[in-house]
Structures are given as C-alpha cells and as structure tokens.
Design a protein around this ligand. Sequence first.
Ligand code: 2P0
Length: 349
Amino acid sequence: MSDIVTAVGTPNIALIKYWGKRDEKLILPTNSSVSMTLDEQLNTKTSVLFSNRLKEDRVYINGELQNTRGTEVGERLVCLDILRRIAKDKRHALVVSENSFPTGSGFASSASGLATLVYAASKGLGLRLSGKEMSIVARRGSGSACRSLMGGMVRWRKGVKADGSDSYAEQITKPDHWPELMNVVGILSASKKKFSSRAGMRQTERTSILYRSRMAYVEDAASRLTAALKKRDFQTLGEITMRDSNNMHSVMLDTWPPLFYMNDNSKEVIYKVHELNESEGKIIAAYTFDAGPNPHILTLRRNVNKVTRLLDEVDAVQKVLKLSMGNGPRILDRSESLIDERSLKPFKN
Ligand code: 2P0
C-alpha cells in the first residue's frame, strides 16, 4: 500500500512582525509575533513519500528538482530530520510541492511550504503530534511557518528557554471568532525579492540602530493586539497593525546597507488608506506589508468594496485578492497525490 500523504496549507500574514532571531540555528525570534492564517485561495499542496528506494531526500517545488546541498532549501529540510528522529524512521523522503502563487516574492511561500510539509510528513511517518509540537518542528524550517500550522489568529510566543521548547505557535482566536475580518491583497509585482528574509533580518540585527527601540515596544504591542482581537476591536487592531508594519519597514531602511521591500506603489497605497480612513472618520482599512511590495489591507467584510475600489485606482495593481480567515492545513484525498510512485517523480501535468 502506498504511504503517500498529501496535504494543503496556506500562508499567513503577520500583523505584528517577526524580524530578527535570538538563535539562528534553532530559529528563535527576538520578539513574539501575531498573524492571520489565510484561506486556500493562496495555497501550497504537498505530497510526501518516505521510501527505502530513495538514497537521499528529493524535493521538487513547482516541478523543479531543488539543489539541497549547501542551499537554503537544504537547510530547511532539517524539519524532516527532526520528524524522522521522533519517529525513529531512517527512510528518505520524496517531496513534491506546488504553490498556487509565486515563490520567494513576499507571499510567505516558506511559511506555507514548510507548514504543509511538516503536516504531511508527520502523518506520513505515522506520528500523532499536536499543533504545538508540529509548530516547533516547522519553526526550525522557517520561523513564520510555525504560525501556519493553525487556523484563525495565531501568536508565536518568542519564549525564553535556550532549547526553544517554549517558542511555539498558539491559536488566539478560532476562524469563526471574527469571520467578518478580511485581508484584501493588491498584487503589484510577482518578481523575486532581492534579499531573502533570512539574510535581510540577519543584516538588520547586526547593523540597525533603530532595532533596539523596536524591541522595546513590540512585545507590548503583541499583547495589546491579542486583546483587541479577542474583543473584535477593529480600531485598535488597525492602528497597531499599520504602525507595526511601518516600524518593521523603518528598521529595514535603517539596516546597513539599507533594505527596501516596499516601492513607490506601496507608498501610494499607504497614503490612500490614510485618506480613506480620514474621510470615514475612523479606521476602516489597515495596511500591512511583508518583505515585499504588495499591500495586504485588513478590513471588515462590509468595507471590502471600498478597499477594492481604492486598490483599483492604483495603476500598478495587477490583481486584487479578497482573502478571509483560513482553517490551517488539512490532509487531502489520495486521489490528489502529486507523486508518481512508480517513477518516484512528480506526475506530469
Ligand atoms: C513575518 N517575515 O512575521 C515576517 C514579516 C517577513 C516580514 O517571517 O529565516 O521566511 O526562515 O525564519 O520566516 C519572513 O521570514 O524567515 C517573515 P526564516 P521567514 O511574517
């Protein structure tokens, strides 16, 4: 019988950002972060097969065999080693993964990819890990991935222990706690970013003067945002979210040499959101930007059309996505497998 397991998972968008590590190897963050898991309009589908027929791990992303020797992809496969150790299983893995959105362009493909891989591989090895346990494993592959293991709103606790056992993701509110909360995304550019987040945040920690003041404020902001989410308080959520995005992008600019992930179109959106909120007399839209130029605008369902109109007025916006809260990863039917078991390769489309 085939041991192929296929799962689907999704990216998350951080409202309080993770940008910096206190431990590079264990991927322990310098601050807690808070995110919204997104629905399956943006998704990663991953099939995993553990087999004695494989001499090494083989990974295909969007149909391309990945070089895993001395590369970032190779580093991230530490997740598979950890799971094999837990399962006491030495078999290598064939991983076939497809993103429904561009890889490495600021759409949290590493979060979606690693969370889905850990979810599928745990099942493939017969493990019954809790969400918390899986989040600790996924964290080792990519920090932000730990937050995509759960649906709804999620907090990644920074933890204080040196071994990282208290640095995990936990659900703050379930997906149905605030179903009106939406994320309207304007797609400006699908090009690959110049600096990977991993390299960029390392540079920030080393050189940014403002980084220390970010650390002095951000933990309290994460707690205030958590409280606002529980109370469904959009005004507080909106202000904290916009200010934290601005704060992270300020320390990026203060990095030496500087890092720019936003562009002039991103700034046009920022101005327009402030104008809209001013004309409404309250915050009805709140932007946030990841390590990329695409605006994610949080709003309530009843205001989605206003936000869409705002994005339509920006010439550079190519597409608008209206994303709601996601439920986290799930296992798909065997018929959805991406692996051709006979050839040990991806199915050809
Ligand atoms: C976040 N980002 O909180 C922030 C905001 C980008 C900007 O987490 O080195 O790919 O693999 O732990 O998780 C992107 O960083 O970095 C990220 P690693 P990761 O979503």
